[in-house]
Design a protein. Structure first.
Lengths: 342, 391
């Protein structure tokens, strides 16, 4: 196994911890829909929000964006489960797709309207702001990286973490994904025909927010973790053939028992199910994002957490996680349990 | 380029076998080399957006006539010639991985979208703008244009991103995860970021003067640099431009936008790089040197404690600060310095308060073998890469 999952933390519209989120997903519950208002004359857009006010208390977060609060809360829960991070031997890899989009929008709106923006907003617009806060919270002073992309930023972060562990540059790696929903993000995705116009729409996803964190480390007997990770690559033309190649490369000769799909209702997920069924007839498929909504890299880590739970609960032994990003990238992971002792 | 490289130890040594560079100093290596030698000032009045409301009015800009692709973002237009130039060194090079450092991706598309919404209009090009805004999209666009495909890894560690990308790419080669990797650092000048540095009062109203006792702040810049990396042992010596023997990362956990004044983050980053390569010192340091009081003081303190007598220059007085591209562009400058036998100048210097051997105002002839490039960013992100030339 490449890396075992030693702790999971989660902040989601479905709940403030992984156990609650998993129970909600298992029960088929969706979060409550919130409609985000935009400028006058523009439609409101549906989204799944972490119930406000959400605040993780830490001196670093006094003026921080929502994604930084989500990231710190999820990271804190994951570390509480895994045990203390080894000083000087821990890496942090944060995955993000849109960063602090609310602060970015507000800052640029101020610039457009008045010619200058608030110096309090600008620092949080950098993509690595969340990573900076998480690193400061845990005193991580070595590899602190922020990987950005579509949903495959999540697999890329996991892949990077695996490389840091394998190379001996770190003994533990804290992987965190965090996103926040904002009207402008929903509006952009709606214009791209990826986001749904309302919560009952059968076409398009509902955008979501929150954070998932995982502590990764060397596997002990019986630990559950990542056997392989594909960081993601562009599908471009011939997407079905490329997807097949990615899935075959991930699972090797042994078909998985189950797959956790990235399907969230938007068109990039259409090919996924048919390719998997063709490759692995009879495979059990789960699509948690149809309930939890689309939160890009966060959703990728959420899918991995679902796979971890399936194995932990004895419902599967080897689970494929399929990740299709909205900018045409695809990746994935295979999770399994390491051999028990003896 | 001449070649006589010391053979590495057992582990893979990442070798740079292709290089391309686009910056305010010029498009391509010949123009860049000449501009570096003559200490060209690449800073000019901002043309891309109105700056009447800002304190600062200047930036390092790449000449528009060099940017050709009307479908791409400005960022894609910066990346394309850099990648083309790098690939010309190794025709047929197909990367197994593309590692990218940037802070803002296709930000001009995002700005267009928000400006459109703010004006009450439904932007006609909204879908293209939204899609093009994503950080990875300019690189995906260039890859499609040039007809190659590989996993794209985007690291966004503020102003350390370009160096991070080069280090991550080198790490993939050294760790045996890939044999051929492309590293790209890029960022395009944008109104949002220009306004951001202006509101922080970090940008200068006159010239950018790194390490000058009366410095007044940074000038922003833009550009792209591209590196092809391969395992040293698999490349003919005449195809090697430089090697990447080591690198170091450090996070100083002090403040979101300010470095620790004691220079502990930069110091740790440089020490880790030297330890990684097994070196005691280097022959030249291309400093992060933004020309802001906090950064210059912190970095100078770190250099004084790690490599006190090594010649240092910041090239940002010539180019401006290209953010996510800066580390990549400055690593390219180091390779040109190693190959060309000169130290690039730290222009606009009147009197330095750094206590360092600054290469003041004019390039210095020097046969050097080992160079260090520093990049430090918001969030306490510090990265140092070492480059060894082929004397």
């Amino acid at each position: 196994m490449n890396a075992a999952i030693l702790g999971i933390g989660c902040v989601s519209p479905l709940g403030g911890d992984w156990k609650t989120v998993w129970e909600s997903l298992s029960a088929g519950r969706r979060p409550e829909t919130t409609f985000l208002s935009g400028p006058p004359g523009h439609p409101a857009h549906p989204a799944y929000r972490v119930p406000p006010p959400f605040e993780f208390h830490h001196p670093r977060l006094r003026r921080a964006s929502a994604i930084s609060h989500f990231a710190c809360a999820a990271a804190s829960a994951a570390v509480a489960e895994s045990g203390p991070l080894p000083a000087g031997r821990t890496a942090l890899v944060v995955a993000a797709s849109d960063g602090a989009v609310t602060y970015t929008r507000r800052f640029y709106e101020e610039v457009v309207k008045s010619g200058s923006g608030s110096p309090l907003l600008f620092p949080e617009t950098v993509y690595n702001a969340s990573a900076s806060h998480v690193a400061a919270m845990f005193g991580i002073d070595g590899h602190v990286l922020t990987m950005v992309g579509d949903a495959t930023a999540g697999t890329d972060a996991l892949s990077t973490a695996g490389e840091l562990l394998r190379s001996g540059e770190a003994d533990r790696c804290l992987v965190v994904a965090s996103e926040e929903a904002d009207w402008i993000l929903c509006d952009g995705c709606r214009r791209w025909r990826l986001a749904a116009s309302d919560s009952t729409s059968r076409s398009g996803a509902i955008l979501s927010e929150g954070a998932v964190a995982m502590v990764l480390g060397a596997a002990s007997p019986g630990d559950i973790g990542f056997e392989t990770v594909h960081p993601g690559r562009a599908l471009q033309s011939g997407s079905r053939g490329c997807l097949e190649k990615i899935y075959r490369g991930l699972v090797g000769d042994r078909p998985p028992d189950a797959a956790v799909l990235s399907a969230s209702g938007a068109f990039p997920g259409i090919a996924e199910e048919s390719v998997l069924v063709k490759l692995f007839p009879g495979i059990r498929l789960d699509a948690p994002k149809k309930l939890s909504g689309e939160a890009f890299a966060v959703s990728t880590l959420l899918q991995c957490a679902c796979a971890w739970q399936e194995i932990r609960d004895g419902r599967a032994r080897r689970v494929l996680v399929s990740v299709l990003g909205w900018s045409g990238q695809a990746g994935g992971a295979v999770l399994t349990a390491s051999a028990p002792e003896g | 380029m001449s070649n006589s490289v010391s053979r590495p130890s057992a582990r893979c040594l990442p070798a740079i076998t292709g290089l391309g560079c686009v910056s305010p100093l010029g498009c391509g290596l010949p123009a860049t080399r000449g501009a570096l030698r003559e200490g060209k000032d690449g800073i000019s009045d901002v043309r891309l957006f109105p700056v009447s409301g800002f304190r600062s009015k200047t930036a390092g800009q790449v000449e528009d006539c060099l940017l050709k692709d009307p479908q791409g973002t400005r960022a894609a237009n910066l990346i394309l010639p850099a990648v083309r130039e790098a690939l010309a060194f190794r025709p047929g090079f197909l990367p197994e991985f593309v590692v990218v450092g940037t802070t803002s991706g296709g930000i001009d598309f995002g700005e267009n979208f928000l400006r459109g919404l703010s004006s009450g209009m439904v932007p006609r090009d909204a879908r293209r703008w939204v899609r093009g805004y994503a950080l990875q999209q300019p690189v995906l666009h260039v890859m499609e244009e040039l007809g190659f495909d590989a996993p794209v890894r985007v690291v966004s560690n503020a102003c350390a991103s370009g160096t991070n990308a080069l280090c991550l790419a080198a790490g993939l080669v050294r760790g045996g995860a890939a044999r051929r990797v492309m590293a790209i650092g890029f960022d395009a000048l944008s109104e949002l970021i220009f306004a951001g540095f202006d509101t922080l009062q970090a940008s200068t109203e006159e010239k950018c003067r790194p390490f000058d006792s009366r410095r007044s702040g940074l000038a922003l810049g833009e550009g792209a640099a591209c590196f092809l990396l391969e395992d040293f042992s698999g490349v003919p010596e005449e195809g090697i431009l430089a090697t990447v023997p080591g690198w170091g990362l450090a996070n100083d956990n002090h403040h979101l936008t300010q470095p620790n004044p004691d220079g502990s983050g930069p110091r740790l980053s440089m020490q880790r790089a030297l330890a990684d390569a097994g070196w005691d010192t280097v022959d030249y340091i291309n400093a992060h040197g933004t020309g802001t009081a906090f950064n210059d003081a912190s970095e100078a303190a770190a250099i004084r404690s790690v490599c006190p007598s090594v010649p240092v220059s910041s090239t940002k007085g010539m180019t401006g600060h290209a953010l996510g591209a800066a580390g990549a562009i400055e690593a390219a400058f180091c390779i040109l310095a190693l190959e060309g036998g000169f130290l690039p100048p730290n222009i606009n210097l009147r009197a330095s308060d750094s206590g360092l051997d600054i290469v003041a105002n004019v390039a210095r002839p020097a046969r050097i073998r080992r160079a260090m490039s520093n990049s430090f960013g918001f969030g306490g992100a510090n990265a140092t890469v070492l480059l060894e030339g082929c004397l």
